[in-house]
Ligand binder design. Structure first.
Ligand SMILES: Nc1ncnc2c1ncn2[C@@H]1O[C@H](COP(=O)(O)OP(=O)(O)OP(=O)(O)O)[C@@H](O)[C@H]1O
Ligand SMILES: [Mg+2]
Length: 539
């Protein structure tokens, strides 16, 4: 029972056509009989005559027999009468191996075992690390297609074979606790951190003005007051610095003991004169300039003033408009859901943890977001903040080029191409899009998985060097994949809806010919905890 099924005649099977100097690799797309012979195969009609079945083949690529290299596309077409052979699993595996290793320098040969040729578990398919990570990798597929399992398999292979590569796993569902066994897990969420995981927070200092606009969604008039309030609170923070002792003294009438800036019944021009000092003004306007969010609601109320001659006076109209905004800010201040950003300041900063991890000898850091609330925008903002921080940080990290970093993001459709705000003003959360565009040169690669390729910005998909495509049913999703990667053609696309769990078409730099493979399962402890229920047990 050591054999494996030998195809060559059924739809979906691979075949090889003898083309003299080349062996052309093809896939059976359709098998039919000539119209005149169709009745002959009906058993009720008696004797079966010798039929002339016809198969439609899709030519995928060719093996140059002299150079032993695989070329995508067909440089030499088969002649009439050319011999066609069924491709055994071993032959398919040989093509895969030739593709993965051709044209590579010895150092590029490091490869990860991720699966095997279907029906031939002894024929492994390896992906070169360079092909997989140098231009990012996307894992696509409908629910249950096997994306999380593929991530776990790649993670496991990386841990085994790339001990010096840094792995950052953004675990949105908590499925990968097992895969991160023995490594640090940071818990960003409400509720109690699971045993062994370190509670962290994202300090609100990391939010920019545009993030506050995205979260608070102010009306156009509220937006002006919110901007002014943020500027005033930045001023308070800046004046804590001793370099600005003179300015602090000059502004003392404006500073309330509660850490806010008063304006009502005070001189306007004098205030502006002091704060428009060049370096001071630059710091105030800088998007990274910090302020105390807990004071924001009060400060918005302080901004509800209007100009009257040289002074500011109370403005009841703007107080009315801003009241809903003030209530919203107070809710955020006390919300349990937003605690990981605006709450208890004692847990360490997630970014500090990532920074320590990147400088350490540790191999992997998992960020567990499973208990982060689905409150409007929170998860999207948090993941976008992580992406933005990484983007800013890697430019410096690059200076030392300590080790390449691979960031895994499962369920990326929840975080990419997201907008907050309304039609009036929309805020694009595009940190990962920027990482996809810039990360490579700073040695940062992304491995993303998504159920909905159609929701992934074209800018991100086109940056992917390797696509691992599991079962995809939706027509629009399949079209996006076809468009994102010139190499996927009818042959691969047509079989994508019928792939079994764990089966995937591999398309990419390493694979000029799109092959379908069966992804290997990782060891039990590293499997994602995402199995479907066994309904048999619930009868
Ligand atoms: N490589 C594989 N070999 C065998 N079975 C697999 C493989 N990958 C996945 N499966 C089966 O499919 C189930 C679902 O897999 P997985 O959770 O990885 O899918 P998914 O694409 O991540 O789904 P979702 O989008 O809902 O998260 C697994 O529990 C397992 O039973
Ligand atoms: Mg999954």
């Amino acid at each position: 029972m050591n054999g494996s099924p030998f195809g060559g005649g059924s739809v979906g099977d691979f075949v090889v056509i003898d083309c003299d100097t080349h062996a052309v690799f093809a896939r059976v797309m359709e098998v039919r009989l000539p119209m005149t012979e169709r009745h002959d195969l009906d058993p009720s009609m008696g004797q079966i005559l010798s039929p002339h079945p016809m198969a439609k083949l899709h030519l995928l690529g060719a093996l140059d027999l002299a150079k032993n290299s695989v070329v995508g596309g067909i440089s030499k077409h088969p002649v009439l009468g050319a011999q066609v052979y069924g491709a055994s699993a071993e032959t398919v595996g040989r093509f895969a191996k030739a593709m993965a290793s051709q044209g590579k320098l010895p150092g590029d040969q490091v490869s990860l075992a991720i699966g095997h040729v279907k029906d031939a578990s002894s024929t492994p398919v390896r992906l070169s690390i360079k092909g997989l990570f140098s231009r990012h990798c996307a894992i696509l597929g409908a629910t249950g297609g096997g994306k999380s399992t593929t991530i776990a398999t790649i993670l496991h292979s990386c841990r085994e074979q790339l001990p010096r590569c840094k792995i950052l796993l953004i675990d949105a569902t908590g499925e990968f606790a097992g895969a991160a066994n023995g490594q640090t897990s940071c818990f960003l969420g409400s509720g109690n951190a699971p045993e062994g995981e370190k509670r962290v927070r994202i300090p609100s200092d990391n939010l920019r003005e545009s993030d506050y606009f995205a979260i608070l969604n102010p009306s156009p008039t509220q937006r002006i007051k919110l901007s002014e309030a943020i500027r005033s609170l930045r001023l308070v923070k800046l004046l804590e610095d001793e370099t600005y002792a003179t300015e602090k003294e000059a502004l003392k009438d404006y500073l309330s003991p509660r850490g806010t800036v008063k304006k009502r019944d005070l001189e306007r021009l004098n205030f502006f004169k002091i704060i428009s000092n060049k370096t001071f003004a630059q710091n105030l306007e800088s998007p990274d300039s910090k302020f105390d969010f807990t004071k924001l609601a009060d400060q918005v109320l302080h901004e509800c003033v209007k100009e009257a001659g040289e002074k500011w006076v109370e403005d009841q109209n703007s107080q009315g408009w801003c009241q809903p905004l003030v209530s919203k800010i107070r809710i955020f201040n006390h919300s349990d859901s937003w605690k990981p950003i605006f709450g208890d300041p004692t847990p360490p900063s997630l970014f500090q943890e990532i920074q320590t991890f990147l400088a350490s000898e540790e191999q992997m850091l998992r960020i567990n977001l499973s208990q982060l609330s689905f409150d409007v925008g929170l998860r999207e903002i948090a993941v976008n903040l992580i992406g933005r921080w990484l983007g800013d940080f890697i430019r410096d990290f690059n200076l030392t080029k300590k080790a390449p970093v691979v960031v895994f993001l499962d369920e990326a459709h929840n975080f990419l191409n997201q907008h907050l705000g309304d039609d009036d003003l929309r805020y694009k959360l595009d940190a990962f899009e920027k990482l996809a565009k810039e990360g490579r040169k700073y040695w940062l690669s992304l491995v993303l998985s998504t159920q909905q390729p159609r929701d992934i910005p074209a800018g991100i998909l086109s940056q992917m060097g390797t696509l691992i495509v599991h079962r995809l049913i939706n027509e629009a999703d399949r079209r996006v994949v076809e468009m994102a990667c010139g190499q996927i053609d009818a042959a691969a696309a047509r079989f994508v809806p019928n792939l079994a769990p764990g089966e995937a078409a591999i398309i990419g730099i390493d694979f000029p010919i799109p092959l379908t493979i069966q992804v290997d399962l990782p060891p039990d402890h590293a499997k994602p905890s995402s199995a479907s229920p066994d309904y048999g047990k619930w009868i």
